[in-house]
Design a protein around this ligand. Structure first.
Ligand code: CMC
Length: 427
């Protein structure tokens, strides 16, 4: 028998259906709440509100579980490649070898970005943050690709996916080239997707760039770990912007802006800056833990805590192990890794962090790997965006295919009641 929930309000009883997910999470379906009772729910930050049903990602924050389309993140990070996982996230099944080759080839058809985009990037100062430039360039892609995708048409949707995957990678790396004053580079269709990222970023006209396979492998893993994370801030942004039937590029551009904030994807840059500051200040981890605990100090331990995980972020576990491996393989001895480990060890036995269930999140160790791979700090959140792209695409596509209504929350108005207009001479 299906479950229901009873609400008593203003002396009346109402019954609401309960929706149970495939992993037994329950939701009280309040679709008819306002129509029946005249009241709404209030849930700032949406801590208790589901915005949709989704088949893409399963996350259990209490148990520290993350799965894309039913596959454990640990398996995917170890056994699959980024494009393979992107295909899985976007289309729902792991690709066959043939489908994967086709996908990669189809992305290659769209890797040339319109030359006029260069005029737009020229207008930015070199000092502009790459995430701001990326959001603007993604939005600008709409001007060069104005055709509205018919989501019902599988072929059109597939082309839009390939186009977005191809062009976004190129413009993401252009933000770095701009910052460095390097000439903008072109995608090389003879190379792989992740390899191309390195080529686009680092190859200069003055000489060939030799790709290190260790770096490609590490990046592949990092991108996979970031590929989707259900209804987080940027993904919800992409879905809500798309719910007005704004296009894919416009929606993703909004997602990039949402990701930029230091409480979300911007935390990876903030973590590294924090670790560098601790190092400069003598390496005293305890001093910074005390600052993070002090309610009069706005400082937070960046890379710690998560809205959903009240246990280890499974991504952080994988990244911590990978950080050790990558640094060892590359022969990099980074004292910042030791500071990070010291901070983590102290926080994990500190009552403040234990009682609030604050554990390292995905951003805590990722920056250390990026740094070892030669990625500059300002680009860390762009790396997150490249990894998250398949998730944004998949969620946008799902929202449109499910014909979700326009996202439009309500509010409780707490301002003045009706007032008489005061003429200027009486104010
Ligand atoms: N350092 C110190 N105290 C913290 C931290 C932290 N990093 N995170 C949470 N708290 C405290 C917070 O002050 C509050 O304490 P109290 O109950 O005494 O008021 C309690 O823990 C609960 O925090 P909250 O802010 O209500 O929790 P939230 O779910 O709204 O916020 C968060 C989650 C990720 C924004 C927050 O933990 C945070 O700011 N972390 C640092 C930034 C960060 O690393 N962000 C990356 C998130 S993972 C990547 C991604 O998906 O974006």
């Amino acid at each position: 028998m299906s479950k229901t929930a009873i609400l008593e309000f203003d002396g009346n009883k109402y019954e609401f259906p309960v929706i149970v997910g495939s992993e037994n999470e329950a939701a009280i379906d309040i679709d008819k709440l306002r129509a029946l009772t005249g009241a709404i729910t209030l849930d700032p930050g949406y801590k208790n509100s589901g915005s949709c049903k989704s088949e893409i990602t399963f996350l259990d924050g209490e148990e520290g579980i993350l799965r894309y389309r039913g596959y454990a993140i640990e398996d995917l990070a170890e056994k699959a490649g980024f494009l393979e996982v992107s295909y899985l996230v976007i289309f729902g099944e792991l690709p066959t070898q043939e489908q994967l080759v086709q996908f990669e080839n189809d992305i290659r058809k769209y890797t040339l970005v319109n030359e006029e985009m260069k005029n737009i990037i020229d207008g930015f100062p070199k000092t502009a943050h790459p995430m701001g430039v990326l959001s603007s360039l993604t939005s600008a892609l709409t001007a060069f690709n104005p055709k509205v995708v018919n989501v019902e048409n599988e072929k059109e949707m597939y082309e839009a996916v390939c186009k977005t995957m191809g062009k976004f990678l190129v413009i993401a790396t252009w933000t770095y080239r701009k910052m460095m004053g390097f000439p903008l580079n072109y995608y090389d269709n003879t190379k792989g997707y992740v390899e191309n990222f390195l080529h686009l970023m680092f190859e200069l006209p003055t000489g060939p760039y030799k790709v290190n396979p260790v770096v490609v492998d590490a990046l592949d893993k990092l991108f996979i770990l970031h590929a989707d994370h259900e209804q987080n801030c940027s993904t919800s942004t992409v879905r809500i912007v798309g719910s007005s039937h704004a296009g894919l590029f416009a929606s993703i551009s909004a997602g990039v802006s949402a990701l930029w904030g230091p409480l979300h994807g911007g935390a990876n840059q903030a973590v590294l800056e924090m670790l560098e500051a601790i190092q400069k200040d003598g390496g005293d981890a305890e001093k910074y833990l005390a600052k993070a605990k002090d309610k009069d100090d706005p400082f937070r331990l960046m890379g710690f805590g998560h809205r959903v995980y009240k246990n280890f972020d499974p991504r952080a576990k994988i990244i911590k192990k990978a950080a050790d491996e990558v640094l060892n393989t590359l022969g990099v001895d980074d004292p910042i890794l030791d500071i990070a480990k010291k901070l983590e060890a102290s926080a994990l036995v500190d009552d403040y962090f234990v009682s609030r269930k604050l554990y390292p999140n995905v951003d805590f160790y990722s920056g250390i790997i990026y740094r070892a791979l030669g990625i500059p700090t300002e680009m860390f959140t762009v790396m997150f965006a490249i990894g998250r792209l398949p998730g944004w695409i998949a969620q946008w596509k799902e929202m449109r295919i499910n014909k979700e209504p326009i996202g439009r929350p309500r509010q409780i108005y707490t301002g003045y009641p009706l007032r008489d207009f005061k003429p200027m001479n009486q104010r």
